[in-house]
Design a protein around this ligand. Structure first.
Ligand code: ADP
Ligand code: MG
Length: 599
């Protein structure tokens, strides 16, 4: 039964507020950085220990806090940014609720040292578990430094929800990179466990800032766009249609420099790219919306990650219109010039496709064991009755359905739709999905190799090492998974802060564009809940199998088909691909006869 109503004491309300805004170390980093930016800082250093789970320190050269106000900053609803409710429709600052510092201090120990430019001495305030422990004069440079330790000690449950330190550090880098992107004039330094991992000077151009979230490899494929509407302006950078990513994570939207997630805006961006990029691929786009604070409500989300526009349709249309136009200009072929031979020597797309297929086949034959003699003669032998495969369309027969099928004993009849291989045995016709089959083969072979620690994984050296420059965040993700990739046969070395050199890829895989595959790999695994090593390993193998398998639409020679069959015969679980889709479907001639009314 509920008892009497009581007003909760401050220490509890602060912890409750902290629950909404301080979810993980990255939330602390975000609040502290935003405060530094609100204070007009132009030089900010972030120090992280153990991915921000150990300690977080943010030092800025902003305007500092009055000595008398310093302890007040830890009171709930204490803010210097608004004085009346309506002010939130004027604010250009990140903060206005006066919630962050008390929330952080209620779940950790905070030491604040600050000095205003005109003051001779600074002040130090220490708060712990929501209480002010110490206030004293302190000598310090102009600006503010806030150091947070014993993070989440007062709320042990929250600690349990934290992921690995590398993952938490990744979230911190996300937050820092986004703020760096919307504040190019601010110099930012990030030190992790005593080592400088990021140092971006005040930017002259946006390139370096864009590389923070997209990776340097993307830059020369980006174009600038800008547009203006009623009471709003937009500008930004977007990728040409030829460079896409595997998810929408790289559509960044900032409203008045505040990073937000907005479904409608993402939709607007995708609409501009409609019919320009393949399905299930996404552009990279960094979009800045500048709009009068009166026309946007920034107070609709606890962590301020969403906003509400007064006129969402207008914003939507401005984004679609501006981007569509810019894309038209970007994609327009260069005007034909007399004597310009370059355009004539460009291969039409089909040739590129065929070159890719040839490459695939070469690699595939390599993987299928050069020593094996390919059977060119028909293998089908009428006198030998083959057992019925498991997936057949009509009734299942008790006697034969579970018997294993030997693919090399089947007669290969041909390929349908560039995808389905048609076989027959005495009693069955079998349709095999070449992609699903190859996927299963790669998956099982990777697993088998990994289980045998005595032999190194089979690798294929690249003729020229491939250099990949990633965003610091993606670099962390990939670095964490390097051992798993190495076990699969990738040979890669980190090179500097954000670059990897790929020297070899797993043998037996069709990977004509290792860069794109690794980029997609990062997308797939970034922000993934940390799973057990075994689970991760299987996911990595399934991913590689899918990317590295022959595709639907690739022609296979009969020799390749034979090799595929031999491989299938050598592995378990041939019924399904690693994602659970069927590898083959069988039809009993008996059923066909019935369908054709022959019996
Ligand atoms: P809010 O940002 O919503 O005002 P906070 O709890 O984040 O609330 O901060 C409370 C107040 O402390 C701010 O309004 C600001 O006056 C002061 N403050 C916090 N951090 C800094 C900083 N780095 N530099 C100057 N002032 C700061
Ligand atoms: Mg704040």
């Amino acid at each position: 039964m509920p008892g009497r109503i009581a007003v909760l004491p401050d220490d509890i309300t602060n912890k409750i507020a902290a629950g909404e805004v301080i979810e993980r170390p990255a939330s602390i980093v975000k609040e502290l950085l935003e405060n530094a930016l609100d204070a007009g800082a132009t030089d900010i250093t972030v120090e992280l220990a153990r991915g921000g789970c150990g300690s977080i320190k943010v030092t800025d050269n902003g305007e500092g806090i009055e000595p008398e106000d310093a302890s007040l900053a830890f009171s709930r609803y204490a803010t210097s940014k608004i004085y009346h409710f309506d002010d939130i429709y004027k604010v250009c600052s990140f903060g206005f609720r006066g919630e962050a510092l008390p929330s952080i201090a209620s779940v950790s120990r905070v030491e604040l040292i600050t000095r205003k430019g005109e003051s001779l001495a600074g002040i130090r305030v220490i708060a712990e578990s929501g209480e002010i422990k110490e206030i004293a004069e302190a000598g310090c440079p102009e600006g503010t430094s806030i150091s947070v330790t014993r993070i989440f000690e007062p709320v042990p449950v929250r600690r349990k929800f934290l992921k690995s330190e590398l993952t938490e550090q990744g979230h911190c880098i996300d937050v820092i990179s986004r703020l760096a992107l919307s504040h190019p004039a601010v110099r930012l330094t990030v030190i992790a466990n005593g080592r400088e991992i990021l140092n971006v000077p005040a930017a002259k151009d946006m390139g370096e800032r864009l590389a923070l979230v997209l990776g340097a490899d993307f830059l020369d494929q980006m174009f600038f766009f800008s547009g203006e509407g009623e009471g709003m302006k937009i500008h930004g950078f977007a990728s040409g249609p030829s460079l896409t990513r595997a998810n929408a994570r790289h559509i960044y939207c900032f409203v008045n420099k505040r990073f937000i997630r907005d479904h409608q805006i993402n939709h607007a961006v995708m609409t501009a790219y409609r019919h320009l990029i393949e399905g299930k691929r996404y552009p990279a786009c960094v979009l800045f919306v500048d709009i009068s604070p009166r026309d946007v409500d920034v107070n609709v989300h606890p962590a301020k990650l969403e906003v509400r526009f007064r006129n969402p349709r207008e914003v939507y249309q401005l984004v679609v219109g501006t981007l569509s136009h810019a894309l038209e200009d970007f994609s327009a072929p260069p005007p034909f010039r007399d004597g310009d031979r370059a355009s004539e020597t460009r291969l039409p797309p089909t040739h590129i496709h065929h070159a890719g297929v040839e490459e695939a086949l070469k690699r595939y034959s390599l993987s299928s064991g050069g020593g094996r003699h390919f059977l060119e003669r028909p293998i089908f032998n009428r006198s030998q009755s083959t057992p019925a495969p498991a997936f057949h369309l009509f009734e299942q027969r008790e006697d034969s359905a579970s018997a294993p099928i030997t693919f090399t004993d089947l007669a290969f009849l041909g390929q349908a739709d560039g995808t389905y291989l048609i076989f027959q045995s005495e009693d069955w016709m079998i349709l095999l999905d070449q992609h699903a089959a190859h996927e299963r083969i790669i998956f099982e072979n990777l697993k088998k190799k990994a289980a045998r620690s005595d032999s190194p994984p089979a690798s294929q050296r690249l003729l020229l090492p491939e250099v990949i420059s990633l965003s610091p965040r993606d670099f962390i993700t990939l670095k964490e998974l390097l051992p798993l990739l190495a076990a699969a046969g990738f040979e890669m070395e980190p090179f500097g802060h954000d670059t990897l050199v790929v020297k070899a890829v797993p043998a037996g895989l069709f990977l004509p564009e290792p860069k794109r595959v690794l980029m997609d790999f990062v997308e797939e695994f970034a922000n993934r809940e940390s799973a057990s090593l075994d689970e991760n390993r299987e996911k990595v193998y399934a991913f590689l199998a899918c990317k590295g398998a022959v595709k639907a639409g690739q022609n296979l020679s009969s020799a390749e088909v034979t090799a595929l069959c031999a491989d299938l015969d050598s592995i378990p679980h041939v019924q399904t691909c690693p994602h659970g889709r069927p590898v083959f479907i069988s039809f009993a001639f008996r059923d066909l006869e019935r369908m054709f009314k022959r019996r």
